[in-house]
Design a binder for this molecule. Sequence first.
Ligand SMILES: [Zn+2]
Length: 340
Amino acid sequence: MRLLLVFMLFATVTTAARADVPDLPYQARYLAGLKICLDPGHGGDIGEHYETTGYKRGPSGLREAVINLRITERLGELLAASGCEVIHTRQEDVEVSLEDRTRIARENCVDLFLSIHHNTSTRASANFSSMWYHGDGSTRPASLDLSRYLSDSIIRTIEPSEPQYSGVYSDRLMYESGFHVLREVPMPAVLLECSFLTNPDEERRLSKSSYNDKEAWAIFLGLCEWAANGVPRALPLEMPLPGEPGEFVFELKDGMKETWGAGALRLRPGSLRVMLNDDPIAFYLDENLLRFSLDEIPEVATLEIQFENRTKNSSITPPIDLRSYLCVPGAPVPIFSPEE
Ligand SMILES: [Zn+2]
């Protein structure tokens, strides 16, 4: 009886939380099953030093860390309601190192990593949104796909006053090695500078929770629209034990809607590449089955399978470490005898 009461209480809380989620667009169903890491930038930057330097604060003192967190909390609710598994790097106003943020994403083997920020400028009128991907876009092409959808949705929904500067940018424009949080994760990743906290009008908008919700909705819609065009993946069917040579078979999934043409793999011709440590290797594609053999596995062995579906969405499958098969679903694991 006590157990039943506890269960009922829990169920009520869950229902109440869901009642707050607006009607989801039809595309939300295509996000179901994705594991997404939300990373609200900064946190814990409280105290005299931060106050006097104006660190990550708007002209009237609104803190970026707080706004970022409000948005990831709301976005997390929307994603969870769509059937995603959501991992947060922080859910409180605390400092989390960049190393810990990327470690959380790696250890949880998430499919996507989104770092939410708001920009600052010495030019008070600056207000646009910029989506940042790592490098030249060739290492994780799906990051570029996501950046485009997110950028379009944010510009359309929150209408920043300088849309002419809004867009998609490489993190190498800021630092030669790029941003730590994008560089140190293997999965598709985007850093979103949604708008400018240093613009007084934008700071006023950002102080309202209804506007924070609107921004979260813009990010959510961008993700929905990206997913509705298909989330391609390469799924392992046969692999030798980690570190061992042999034959590899992967099923390529275009992730597109189950409609006309769904019977065959909808691959963009010429887009499939298989690489071992950045060198292309020979493969054979038998309908949707990708086959190749490796005679030896080098000490460091990173396998990448890249392809685009017919809507030009790139595979989200991250590079595979052939020595560990870390984060590879269903990968074979060595069985050690007790003597070893
Ligand atoms: Zn920031």
